[in-house]
Each structure stands twice: as C-alpha cells, then as structure tokens.
Design a protein around this ligand. Structure first.
Ligand code: G4P
Length: 191
C-alpha cells in the first residue's frame, strides 16, 4: 500500500536494527484518515472471504481492526491481555510469549463472541515473530471457528513470523513489508 509506505518513510523512526517506532500514526497517536484507508484496503483484499468477525489483540491492533469491521459491516473482537473485572464468562485463552518484551501474557476472548459459525479475519499492527497471531489462531481453533486469513499493517520481513505462517498455508496480507532497518534506513520488500 503506497500511502502507508510513504507515511512510514516520512514518520517512522528506526530505533535499532530491528525496531521501528511508529508512535506518531499507529502505536500512540493515531491517524484516523490513514486508518480509514487501511480499512478500505483490507476490506478490498478480503471482500470475497465471507468474513463474519474481525479478531485482533489489544491495544494497537484495535484501530485498524475497527476500520475493517466498519467497511465489511461485521463486529470486531479484541483479545484482552489482562484480566478484566467484567470478563467473567467462559473464556477461550492462549499463551503469547513476546520475544521483544521477554514476557508471556495469557490472552483471552469470551466464548460469547466467537463460535463455530464464525469466519474470522485476524488483524494486527505489527508482525514480527508471529506469536500474537499464533495465540489468536489458537483461540479461533478452540472456538471451532474458521480462520480465513491474517491482515497485518506492518510486517517485519526480516523476522520469521510472516514467512512461517505462509509456509503453513495461512493467507497473510501485509500492507507494508520491511526488508531491513539496517544502517538507519527503512527498506521495503519488493512485491
Ligand atoms: P510477535 O507477536 O510477532 O511475536 O511480536 P513480538 O512479541 O516481537 O512483539 C511484541 C510487541 O511489540 C507487540 O505489541 C508488537 O506489535 C510490537 N512490535 C514488534 N516489533 C515492533 C517494531 O519494530 N515496532 C513497533 N512499534 N512495535 C513492534 P504489543 O506488546 O502487543 O503492544 P500494543 O499492541 O499494546 O501496542
């Protein structure tokens, strides 16, 4: 997605050889117009898939996921990372280990919002090692729902998550794939 790549080039900050800071439009301050375009792009790519639900994980997956839900006219469910006072129903849970943060979170979704009739699109802001996506896939499996694909705003192509999922036959659509952040420069994978 050209617009997204332009914004990444203009506003992204290379923090290290493997971390890109995008706080000014995605991870802290949110650019609603860009989110709208992202929603349209994903809706266009997945419009034939019969999606009934968008599933993401708090917090930064929520803004793009909502815009896709709006475009497709379907609800958006986000997995919680922390125990919630009101989340007391039967839960679907999975463990997600973050290599970046070196911590493991148990993520959860109420059984009320995901079931065997659902055709699910998983959305997240970043794809690095793919642990968050795998956790969401585990929750979809527990719900006996169907995974139709994974939509990612920014994939780090130099980390293994995306390619491993593709090798397993999962449809992964990333709007921008970063090939390298070396030498303080952002390089995209040719599509
Ligand atoms: P993984 O799920 O693909 O295995 O990713 P990993 O554990 O490495 O990432 C942990 C968190 O860091 C995730 O956010 C992920 O989106 C984010 N992240 C990973 N690489 C980058 C990067 O290069 N730049 C930025 N800006 N974020 C990155 P999270 O902890 O779930 O945070 P949030 O969604 O609450 O913001």
């Amino acid at each position: 997605m050209e617009l997204l790549k332009q914004v990444i080039m203009e506003k992204g900050k290379v923090l290290s050889e493997d971390v890109l800071k995008v706080d000014s439009f995605l991870n802290h301050q949110i650019d609603p117009e860009l989110m709208k375009q992202i929603g349209r792009e994903f809706a266009d790519r997945f419009k034939e898939a019969g999606i009934t639900k968008v599933l993401t994980i708090e917090s930064s997956g929520i803004p793009p996921a909502i815009m896709i839900g709006l475009e497709l006219g379907v609800p958006v469910v986000f997995a919680r990372k922390r125990k919630s006072l009101t989340l007391v129903d039967d839960l679907l849970t999975a463990k997600v280990h973050s290599f970046t943060k070196k911590e493991t979170n148990e993520i959860s979704v109420s059984k009320e919002y995901l079931n065997e009739e659902d055709i699910v699109l998983v959305i997240d802001d970043f794809l690095a090692n793919g642990q968050a996506v795998r956790g969401l896939m585990e929750i979809i499996k527990q719900a006996k729902a169907t995974l139709t694909g994974v939509g990612i705003v920014i994939e780090k192509g130099f980390q293994a998550g995306g390619d491993l999922l593709r090798e397993q036959g999962v449809r992964v659509e990333s709007l921008a794939i970063i090939e390298s952040l070396q030498h303080n420069q952002i390089t995209f994978r040719e599509e």
